[in-house]
Design a protein. Structure first.
Length: 575
């Protein structure tokens, strides 16, 4: 049994936490001194893909519970299928867990650490008459297993003697037989109502180079056989997993009882499902391989690498996981709730700046040519300690193209011919002329006048207008690329399809819009990759850590300013 006195996490645990059924179980175990009062959990990912937001819930739960009860949490890779596992996945998983704020200390383990011990456990079961070597093919095993309404049939090889099984299993390890020709199966009950108990496979022959053990093994334990025994070896007390493993729990218990070794308690909780997303490694890999996204870390992906690159904060993810709680029934969480947690966090930490995504040139005819003013702008109304900055103001500016209408509809209060608006931190201006492209008729430039007495903060600045626009000085602005990210799918449930189509038919063709001629204020010249900002009136943006350079910054839109979940919460409070 492995142990250490290092703490399970570096995250401060609140004094009062909401109760849930897992906390209740652990509290009761401590009260009766089960496991000598120890709490030891583990996060056991398979290194066959990148982690997604659903895994964040499991990470926060396992590491969080260990911290709350003064226990330990291991990071263990269940690396029992070398044909699908890569070192890249291992490295990214470790980076994801650290990014979320958790530390496993010196407790980084692998199921492959225990391959020899697992082999000896299998031998022990063979000697006890509880396992046998089977020559049925994978298809034949499925055929013999039966259905939910019909019992299975015994394998014709089920009655082999202990001696023959020991010999064949040793020869399987020695590499005498071809891949897939034989398996080692537990001898349980082919008539069990639980299909997982109908003589499940424990070992299969697979010649594949393992990322840690190389070619030393040509037989590999199945997940169901390796998982519980790995928990036991590590002294885990509470084996917390998602609800799809509930039907596997009798098998988990059967192996541990048959081997008469330390028996952790498996506890299942509902996995996280999220609207407008798929949380399946198989489907996420499909998106990558088919080129629907640029990779596992594409900011549209629900992978932790993807949402990290999009600009999400670990604090917002931890808050989200705590708020959705822990339940025994599967449900789907509205992505608006996740975005709400993110906005709450970014609103406190992201400084405000001005950026124009679709520039329209504005010339202030009565402003002195060559003059430049330094206007004072607030960095954060939420945090006065962030102070202020200077933004240059000159005769030629850029505003958003959508902030002007030559023929404004009812309810449009922004700039139009003859109308006044205020420029943020600056003056009130009035549109006096419109310049258009002669061929297309597109508006290319506006001519305005300004009222010098209306400078923001001046004694005479109180004149009221119905709209305030953001802007940048044309001569001082920095050109930048902005990537506007939206939901990857058009429907809340990607599987909601018609006419024989599959889930891919719901992919959103506008999930990424690239704008390459944006203008941002000059203070962003020093914006480091990984920096976060609120572009006033536009949303929260993140300097892409992969594609940005000092000469050409790239800003990923993390989330818009509109918060539908905040409106839902407000309505609920009024009831």
């Amino acid at each position: 049994m492995k142990d250490t006195e290092k703490s399970a996490t570096n995250i401060a645990v609140p004094d009062a936490l909401p109760s849930n059924f897992i906390r209740n179980i652990i509290t009761e175990d401590i009260n009766v001194n089960k496991n000598d009062g120890r709490v030891h959990t583990r996060f056991p990912p398979e290194p066959n893909g990148y982690l997604h937001i659903g895994h964040a819930k499991a990470i926060c739960l396992n590491f969080g519970l260990a911290a709350e009860y003064g226990g330990l949490c291991n990071l263990r890779f269940d690396d029992t299928n070398p044909s699908k596992e890569e070192v890249e996945y291992v490295d990214c998983i470790k980076a994801d867990v650290r990014w979320l704020g958790f530390d496993w200390g010196d407790r980084e383990y692998y199921a492959s650490d225990y391959f020899e011990q697992l082999y000896q456990y299998a031998v022990q079961l063979i000697k006890a008459g509880m396992a046998y070597v089977c020559d049925l093919s994978a298809d034949e095993i499925r055929e013999y297993r039966g259905t939910l309404t019909e019992p299975g049939k015994d394998s014709p090889y089920r009655a082999r003697s202990v001696e023959e099984n020991l010999d064949l299993f040793e020869r399987m390890r020695a590499g005498e037989f071809p891949d897939g020709s034989r398996t080692l199966r537990a001898k349980i009950d082919m008539a069990s109502p639980n299909l997982n108990m109908r003589d499940p496979v424990m070992y299969r022959i697979l010649r594949a180079t393992h990322h840690r053990t190389g070619d030393r093994w040509c037989i590999y334990p199945t997940y169901d056989f390796a998982h519980g025994q790995s928990d036991s070896i590590e002294g885990i007390t509470h084996s917390i997993c998602t609800l799809e493993f509930e039907d596997h729990r009798p098998l988990y218990d059967w192996f541990l009882d048959a081997l008469k070794i330390h028996h952790p308690q498996q506890i299942e909780f509902a996995r996280l499902n999220l609207t407008y997303a798929v949380l399946s490694k198989r489907r996420l890999l499909d998106l990558v391989e088919r080129g629907h996204v640029t990779g596992w870390d594409d900011p549209r992906m629900p992978t932790l690498a993807g949402i990290r690159r999009r600009g999400y904060t670990p604090e917002s993810i931890r808050t989200f996981c705590e708020r959705i709680g822990v339940a025994k029934r599967n449900s789907t969480v509205d992505i608006a709730m996740l975005e709400h947690c993110l906005r709450e966090d970014l609103n406190k930490r992201a400084p405000r700046v001005m950026a124009v995504l679709r520039p329209l040139r504005v010339v202030i005819d009565n402003y002195p040519d060559g003059k430049v003013e330094e206007l004072e702008a607030v960095n954060s109304p939420e945090d006065p300690s962030m102070g202020t900055r200077k933004v240059p103001f000159s005769r030629a500016l850029y505003i958003e193209t959508e902030d002007f209408r030559e023929d404004p509809p009812k309810g449009f209060f922004r700039l139009s011919p003859g109308r006044e608006v205020r420029l943020r931190y600056g003056y009130i201006i009035k549109c006096v002329d419109v310049v258009k492209d002669l061929k297309s008729g597109e508006v290319t430039e506006l001519h305005c006048t300004y009222d010098p007495a209306t400078k923001s903060g001046s004694a005479q600045s109180g004149r009221k207008v119905k709209a305030t626009l953001h802007w940048v000085s044309a001569a001082h602005a920095i050109e930048a690329e902005v990537r506007l990210y939206d939901h990857l799918f058009l429907k809340p449930n990607p599987d909601d399809v018609e006419g024989g189509a599959d889930w891919r038919s719901n992919l959103n063709p506008n999930s990424l819009v690239r704008l390459t001629s944006c203008r941002v204020e000059p203070s962003l010249a020093a914006a480091a990759p990984g920096s976060r900002y609120q572009f006033e009136r536009l949303g929260y943006f993140f300097v892409d850590p992969v594609d940005s350079s000092s000469a050409a910054p790239v800003f990923n839109r993390t989330v818009t300013l509109r918060d539908t979940w905040a409106k839902v919460e407000k309505a609920q409070r009024k009831r």
